[in-house]
Design a protein around this ligand. Structure first.
Ligand code: C2E
Ligand code: CA
Ligand code: CA
Length: 595
C-alpha cells in the first residue's frame, strides 16, 4: 500500500528573479512544494487561489511591498495563523520593527544564508503546530468549563453568565423576565433500575425535548416567535434551567414551562423499555418574584421545592414573600410610612384603546411600590394593609396630586387636545366626611379641567353602601369629574340601583375575559353587560385583555358600539415618561375623547 504524504507548500515572494530561482531549487530539493510570486499583488492572488503553509516575503518590492502583503494576509480569516518570514536588509532595524508590527512571525536579514532556509522553515512550522494545539486545548478547556459533556447544553456557569446579560436587557426594555428550574421526578429510580448508561440516554432524550419545545416559541400576546434554544442549561444531574427574557406577561413563562413539562411526560423509548418521567418546575418572574438575578434563582429554587412538595409533575410560581406583613405588621406599616416620605411610591399609567378605532381613549393610574427594604410589592398586597391602617387616605391624596401634576404636563405637550386619567378610589377614602372637599381642593390647586379625572369605585363597595353612595356620587359629579364602576360583574349590582347611579363608565372585570375565547357562559355574560351599558349610555372598558383570540371575540361582540380595551394586549402599565412618549407618537392614531 502506497503511503500518502501531504507536502508542505511554501509561497515565496520576491521581485529579484535570481532569488526566486535559488529559493525554488533549495526548497524543492528539501521536498517542499514551492509557489512563486514576483510582486506583492501576485502573491495575494496566489494566496487566494491556494493557501500555503508558510510564506517568505521580501520587504522591498515595487507596487505592493512586503509589509502591505503581510498586513493584507493577516486581515483575512485564513491568514491569521500562517507563519510569515520577512526578508529584510542587513541591520535595517526600522524594517525589522515594522515587519513585526505588520504581523510577521520572524525575519531573516540579508545576505541570505540559503542552506539555513529549510531549517528555519521547519522550525517555524513546528512552532505553528505547537501554537495551534495550544489554541485547541484552550478551546476544549473552554468547552469543558461551559458545556455539559453529556447533552452539549450550557452548564450552570455559562447559564449564569448568559442570564446576567439577558436580565439587564429585560430590565432596560421593561419586559418580564423569568427563570425556571426543572427537576426530573424520581430520576434516581431510573439509574437504580436501568443503570447509569440508560439514565444518561434518558437525559439526552430529555435535553432534545427541551430544545425542540423552545426553538420556536410563539408568544401569543405579541404574535411573535422567539428562539430560546440557547437559553436552556443542564445545571445538575437531573436539573435543567431555562431563562425567558422579553416576555410580555407572566403567563408566557407559565405556558411555556407547562408545555415543556407536558412534553417531558410523554413516553420515551429506550431500546427495550418505554419510560415515562415527569418534571417538577419552579418559576420566578422579574419583578414580582425578586429584583436581582441571584434572588430570582434562589426564589425559583424555593418555588421548585414547593412544587415538589405538591407531588410529581407540578409547577409553582414564586409569590412575593409576605412573611414580614404577616409576622410583623408594624414593621410593614413603618416601611410604608417611610416610603411616602422617601418617594418610593410611583404612578404607572395604562392606556385604554378603542377596539375598533385603535385610538387611545384615556388611561388608568396604578400605584407601584418598589421598596428598598422589602422589594417590589404589588398593590393587591399593600392597598388592603393601607386600608387597614388608615394610610390609604394619604396614599389616595398622593395619587390624585400626582395625576393632576402629570395631566398639567400632558396638557402642555398636547396643547388643544385633552385626555383623561382614571384614579382608583378606595372605600375608606370615599367614606371620609371631607372626601369631596379633598378632591375639590386637589383639582383646584392644578390648572386641569375636572372632567380630565375619572374616579373608579368598585362595584362591591357601591353596592355595600348604596344609599350613601348615590348622594356622594352626585356631589362628585357636580365637581365635574367623571365616574366609573370598577370590577363590574363581581359585586352583584341590582339593575334598579345601577340606573340611579350617576356614573359614566363600566369596567368589566378581568375574570369574565380570561376564558372568553372558549367559554360560552362568559361570552353570554359579556354580551349582556355590553347591552346593558349600551342601553344606559355608559362607556365600557374591558379589563385584562391579553390575547388575539380575546380581541377577536370582543370585536365580534361589540359591532354595535365602541368599547375600550385595557390590557397587556395593547399596553402594560408604564412609567410616566414612557406613557408621555406613547401618547405623543404622531404616527399612532391617538385621539383624546372627553364627552
Ligand atoms: P384594578 O383597579 O382592577 O386595576 C387593574 C389591574 O389589572 C392592574 O393591576 C393592572 O396592572 C392589571 N392588568 C391590566 N391589564 C392586564 C392584563 O392584560 N392582564 C393581567 N393579568 N392584568 C392586567 P395592579 O396595577 O396590580 O393593581 C391591582 C389593583 O390594586 C387595582 O385593580 C386596584 O384595585 C388597586 N390599586 C392600584 N393602584 C391603586 C391606587 O392608586 N389606589 C387604590 N385605592 N387602589 C389601587
Ligand atoms: Ca381600577
Ligand atoms: Ca378593575
Amino acid at each position: 500500500m502506497s503511503e500518502f504524504i501531504i507536502k508542505t507548500t511554501v509561497l515565496v515572494c520576491d521581485d529579484d528573479k535570481s532569488h526566486l530561482f535559488i529559493m525554488q531549487q533549495m526548497l524543492e530539493s528539501n521536498d517542499y512544494i514551492v509557489e512563486l510570486a514576483e510582486d506583492g499583488m501576485i502573491a495575494l492572488e496566489r494566496f487566494r487561489l491556494n493557501i500555503p503553509d508558510i510564506i517568505l516575503l521580501d520587504v522591498n518590492m515595487p507596487n505592493l511591498d512586503g509589509f502591505g502583503v503581510c498586513e493584507a494576509i493577516r486581515n483575512q480569516s485564513h491568514g491569521k495563523d500562517i507563519p510569515i518570514l520577512m526578508i529584510t536588509g542587513a541591520d535595517d532595524h526600522e524594517s525589522i520593527a515594522k515587519a513585526f508590527e505588520c504581523g510577521a512571525t520572524d525575519f531573516l536579514a540579508k545576505p541570505i544564508n540559503w542552506s539555513m532556509i529549510p531549517h528555519r522553515i521547519k522550525y517555524m512550522l513546528k512552532n505553528r503546530d505547537n501554537l495551534l494545539s495550544l489554541k485547541n486545548s484552550q478551546e476544549r478547556l473552554k468547552n469543558l468549563a461551559y458545556f455539559d459533556s453529556l447533552t452539549g447544553l450550557p452548564n450552570r456557569q455559562l447559564f449564569e453568565e448568559k442570564s446576567t446579560s439577558l436580565f439587564e436587557i429585560s430590565k432596560r426594555t421593561n419586559t418580564f423576565f423569568a427563570v425556571a428550574i426543572f427537576n426530573l421526578d424520581n430520576f434516581k429510580r431510573i439509574n437504580e433500575c436501568l443503570g447509569y448508561i440508560k439514565g444518561d440516554e434518558l437525559i439526552q432524550h430529555i435535553a432534545n425535548k427541551f430544545s425542540a419545545n423552545v426553538r420556536k416559541y410563539d408568544v401569543v400576546t405579541r404574535n411573535q416567535t422567539l428562539d430560546l434554544s440557547k437559553n436552556i442549561a443542564r445545571i445538575g444531574g437531573d436539573e435543567f434551567s431555562l431563562v425567558m427574557p422579553n416576555l410580555k406577561t407572566e403567563f408566557d413563562a407559565i405556558n411555556l414551562c407547562r408545555r415543556i413539562a407536558h412534553s417531558i411526560a410523554t413516553p420515551i423509548k429506550l431500546k427495550d423499555y418505554e419510560v415515562v418521567i415527569t418534571a417538577s418546575v419552579g418559576i420566578a418572574v422579574f419583578p414580582s418574584s425578586g429584583k436581582d438575578l441571584n434572588l430570582l434563582m434562589k426564589n425559583a429554587d424555593i418555588a421548585l421545592h414547593n412544587a415538589r412538595a405538591k407531588g410529581p409533575g407540578n409547577y409553582e410560581v414564586y409569590e412575593h414573600d409576605n412573611r414580614i406583613r404577616v409576622d410583623n405588621p408594624l414593621k410593614f406599616e413603618q416601611c410604608m410610612r417611610n416610603a411616602l416620605k422617601t418617594k418610593e411610591f410611583e404612578i404607572y399609567f395604562q392606556p385604554k384603546v378603542g377596539i375598533h378605532s385603535g385610538i387611545i381613549n384615556g388611561s388608568e393610574a396604578l400605584l407601584r411600590w418598589d421598596s428598598k427594604e422589602l422589594g417590589t410589592i404589588p398593590p393587591t398586597e399593600f392597598i388592603p394593609i393601607a386600608e387597614e391602617n388608615g394610610l390609604i387616605i394619604e396614599l389616595g391624596d398622593f395619587v390624585l396630586n400626582k395625576v393632576c401634576e402629570s395631566l398639567q404636563i400632558i396638557n402642555k405637550t398636547l396643547q388643544h387636545k385633552k385626555t383623561s386619567i382614571s384614579v382608583n378610589v378606595s372605600g375608606q377614602q370615599f367614606c371620609q366626611d371631607d372626601y369631596i372637599d379633598r378632591v375639590k381642593r386637589i383639582i383646584a390647586n392644578s390648572s386641569i379641567d375636572p372632567c380630565q379625572i375619572t374616579l373608579e369605585i368598585t362595584e362591591s363597595f357601591m353596592m355595600d353602601k348604596v344609599q350613601a353612595s348615590i348622594e356622594k356620587l352626585k356631589d362628585l359629579k357636580i365637581l365635574g369629574v367623571k365616574l366609573s364602576i370598577d370590577d363590574f360583574g363581581t359585586g352583584y349590582s341590582s339593575l334598579s340601583y345601577l340606573k340611579s347611579f350617576p356614573v359614566d363608565e363600566l369596567k368589566i372585570d378581568r375574570s369574565f375575559i380570561i376564558n372568553i375565547a372558549k367559554d360560552q357562559k362568559d361570552v353570554g355574560i359579556v354580551r349582556s353587560v355590553l347591552g346593558l351599558a349600551n342601553s344606559l349610555s355608559l362607556e365600557t372598558v374591558v379589563e385584562g385583555v391579553e390575547t388575539h383570540q380575546q380581541i377577536e371575540k370582543l370585536t365580534e361582540l361589540s359591532t354595535e358600539q365602541e368599547i375600550n380595551i385595557q390590557g397587556y394586549y395593547f399596553y402594560k402599565p408604564m412609567p410616566f415618561d414612557d406613557f408621555l412618549s406613547v401618547i405623543n407618537q404622531p404616527s399612532s392614531l391617538v385621539r383624546f375623547l372627553i364627552k
